[in-house]
Design a protein around this ligand. Structure first.
Ligand code: C2E
Ligand code: CA
Ligand code: CA
Ligand code: CA
Length: 278
C-alpha cells in the first residue's frame, strides 16, 4: 500500500528525466497551487488523558490537486522548504487555522486549543509579528494557540531560538516541542527554552508497550517533562493498549487514529456536538 501511495504522487515526475526540470515542474505546480487556493487544512483532535475530553486540535495541511486529488504533506513540505515556498505556505496555514478556530468560537463550540506546525525556515524574528497580526486580524485568542516546533528547528540556532520563543510567549501563545526524541537535542537547552509541551514522536509510541526500549524511552520522556513542568502529548496512538499504557505513565494528552483521524472542518462539528452532550 505504501509503494502504491508513492506511485500515486509521482504525477509530476512522469516523463521528466532530468532532476532539475522535475523539481522545477513540481515547484511551479506548488507555487500555482498555493496561489490558486488549492491548500486545505484538516484538524486532528487531541484529548486529555484524565477524562478523555476534547482538549484541542492540530492543523495539518493538505494539497487538493485538481487532477491528483488530496496530496499529503510529506510529498510537498520538503519541496516547499527547499524552495522557500514554505514561508508563503506557512503564512497561509497560520491565518487559515486561526480563522477557522475563531469561526468555531463564534459558532459557540467549546473553547479548544489549536496547534499549528511551524517549520525551521519560518522560525525567525518575523514569525512573532506574523502571529501577532494573524491574531489581531482573526480575533483568535493567543492563549488558545499552540505553536509546534521541532527540536531540530530550535537546535539550529539555539540562542536565537530562545529569543523568538520568549517573544512568542509574550504574545500569550503556547509552544510545543514536536517530534521529541527523534532529533538530537541537548537536555541543557531543553531547560533554557521556554516551552509548554513535549510531543512524544509516534516512532516511540507504535511498539508500546511490548518494545522494551521504546517503553523505557517513553517513560524517561514523561518523567523528564514532568520534572521540567511540561505537559506531554503522545502522538500516533493507535491502540487501546497504547492509550492505557500512556495513561498509567501519567502522559497528559493523546492524539492518534484510535481517537480520531485528521478531520475536515465540517466533520469537526459533530465532534464538538458529541463533546457538548457528554
Ligand atoms: P507531524 O507534525 O508529526 O504530524 C503528525 C502526523 O502523524 C500527521 O501526518 C498525522 O496525520 C499523523 N498521525 C496522526 N495520528 C496518527 C496515528 O495514529 N498513526 C499514524 N501512523 N499517523 C498518525 P500528516 O498530516 O501526513 O503530516 C505529516 C507531517 O507533515 C507533519 O508531521 C508535519 O511535520 C508536516 N506538516 C503537516 N502540516 C504542516 C504544516 O501546516 N506546516 C508544516 N511546516 N508542516 C506540516
Ligand atoms: Ca506536529
Ligand atoms: Ca510529530
Ligand atoms: Ca513527524
Amino acid at each position: 500500500a505504501k509503494a502504491q501511495g508513492r506511485n500515486q504522487y509521482q504525477f509530476f515526475t512522469q516523463q521528466i528525466n532530468d532532476d532539475v526540470s522535475r523539481s522545477l515542474v513540481m515547484e511551479n505546480a506548488l507555487r500555482k497551487g498555493i496561489a490558486e487556493g488549492e491548500l486545505r487544512l484538516v484538524y486532528q483532535p487531541q484529548f486529555c488523558m484524565k477524562n478523555m475530553r476534547l482538549r484541542g486540535v492540530e492543523a495539518l495541511v493538505r494539497w487538493q490537486h485538481p487532477e491528483q486529488g488530496l496530496v499529503p504533506p510529506d510529498f510537498f513540505i520538503g519541496l516547499a522548504e527547499e524552495t522557500g515556498l514554505i514561508l508563503e505556505l506557512g503564512a497561509w496555514v497560520m491565518y487559515e487555522a486561526c480563522l477557522q478556530g475563531q469561526r468555531w468560537r463564534d459558532e459557540g463550540f467549546p473553547d479548544i486549543e489549536l496547534a499549528v506546525n511551524v517549520s525551521a525556515l519560518q522560525f525567525r524574528e518575523e514569525l512573532v509579528d506574523q502571529v501577532r497580526r494573524v491574531l489581531e486580524e482573526t480575533g483568535f485568542p493567543a492563549e488558545n494557540l499552540v505553536i509546534e516546533v521541532t527540536e531540530s528547528t530550535l537546535m539550529q540556532g539555539a540562542s536565537q531560538a530562545i529569543g523568538i520563543l520568549s517573544r512568542l510567549k509574550e504574545l500569550g501563545v503556547w509552544v510545543s516541542l514536536d517530534d521529541f526524541g527523534t532529533g538530537y537535542s541537548s537536555l541543557a537547552y531543553l531547560k533554557r527554552f521556554p516551552l509548554d509541551k513535549l510531543k512524544i514522536d509516534k516512532a516511540f509510541i507504535s511498539d508500546l508497550p511490548h518494545d522494551a526500549d521504546d517503553s523505557a524511552i517513553t517513560r524517561a520522556i514523561i518523567s523528564l517533562a514532568q520534572s521540567l513542568n511540561l505537559l506531554t502529548v503522545a502522538e500516533g496512538v493507535e491502540t487501546t493498549e497504547q492509550l492505557e499504557y500512556l495513561q498509567a505513565l501519567g502522559c497528559d494528552l493523546a492524539q492518534g487514529y484510535l481517537l480520531d483521524r485528521p478531520l475536515w472542518p465540517g466533520d469537526m462539528i459533530s465532534r464538538f456536538k458529541a463533546e457538548m452532550h457528554r
